[in-house]
Every structure is written in C-alpha cells, then in structure tokens.
Design a protein around this ligand. Structure first.
Ligand SMILES: [Zn+2]
Ligand SMILES: [Zn+2]
Length: 168
C-alpha cells in the first residue's frame, strides 16, 4: 500500500525546492509520508481542501472488482501546523457503485492529478501562511459533463459533511 502514498510526498518534496515556490517558503515544510485518517475537515484556518482532481477507484471485493472514475467526489484534505511546519493529509474513499457494499475503497490518483494537487496545495499554503498570492485557480467542476459522477451517497467525504460541495 505504501507505494500508492509515496508520490504525494515525493512530488511535494520535489516541487517545494523549485524556483516557483522556494523563494516564498520561509520554513522547511515537511509532508508526512503516510496519510492520517484521524484528521477531519472543519478547521479552515489550518486546512486546505483540494477538490475535483479526478481519481480512479476499484472495488476491493473479488466477486465484483468494479472500476470507476470520479471527478465530482475526489477530495483530498491537507492539514498544516504553522509551528512545526508539518503537513498531514488524507484521501477520501468511495463505496462501490455496482455492489453497494459499505466499505470505502481507496482513491488512486495519477501523476498529473498529483502534480496539480501539490501545485494547488503549495500555492494555497503560501497564500494562507505568508500572504503571498501566486494566483490560485479554484477547482472547477463542469456539472454538465459530470452528471453521472454526481453521486454523493457513495462518497466518504460527503458522508462526513458534504465536503465536496463546500466552498473554500
Ligand atoms: Zn463527495
Ligand atoms: Zn463492488
């Protein structure tokens, strides 16, 4: 499982040292290797929520194995500590849309989605902590093209408080 988690940390460590972000980061920020499932949304002064990155899901039950893609419900939560400069994070899962069993299955993000997510995280972090605006594009969801994906009832983030819909 760890193999799935590393690209987020690797991408963060890679990006934070590039000229685009490095001059603005006045501290050494540490991105946690593993997710922290104990963090929950609701602390906007210390959290950044990335929505609509687009994730792949696969049902973990062998007799099903259904695979699907979701943009409307692919939320990632980041929680930063302005004292220790550590960043915790957590992906949210989805229930299977075919067999409807109660387990949440992990979201898997591709390289491009991870890069876009880390770019968003760094820009929001720089804006919130250092008040420097590098122009952050708000995550967009074109509902006309994603009607079939708009199934909040399967989404762990929506079940915990409708987080895919909330404005930042
Ligand atoms: Zn959702
Ligand atoms: Zn299934």
């Amino acid at each position: 499982m760890a193999a799935d988690y590393m690209p987020f940390k690797e991408t963060f460590d890679d990006f934070k040292n590039t000229p685009r972000y490095r001059p603005h980061l006045q501290h050494q920020w540490q991105f946690e290797r593993d997710q922290d499932p104990s963090i929950v949304p609701g602390f906007p002064q210390r959290q950044i929520i990335k929505k609509y990155a687009g994730a792949n899901f696969r049902c973990g039950y062998k007799d099903c194995g259904h695979e699907w893609f979701s943009k409307a419900h692919s939320t990632i939560l980041f929680q930063y500590d302005p004292i220790s400069h550590r960043i915790k994070w957590r992906k949210f899962g989805q229930k299977c849309r075919q067999c409807h069993r109660s387990e949440y299955h992990q979201a898997h993000y591709g390289d491009e989605q991870i890069e876009r997510t880390i770019d968003y995280l760094l820009k929001k972090l720089i804006l919130k902590v250092y008040n420097i605006n590098l122009t952050v594009d708000p995550p967009q969801l074109n509902y006309n093209n994603n009607r079939g994906d708009d199934l909040a009832c399967y989404c762990e983030a929506c079940m915990s408080g409708n987080y895919c819909r909330k404005q930042d």
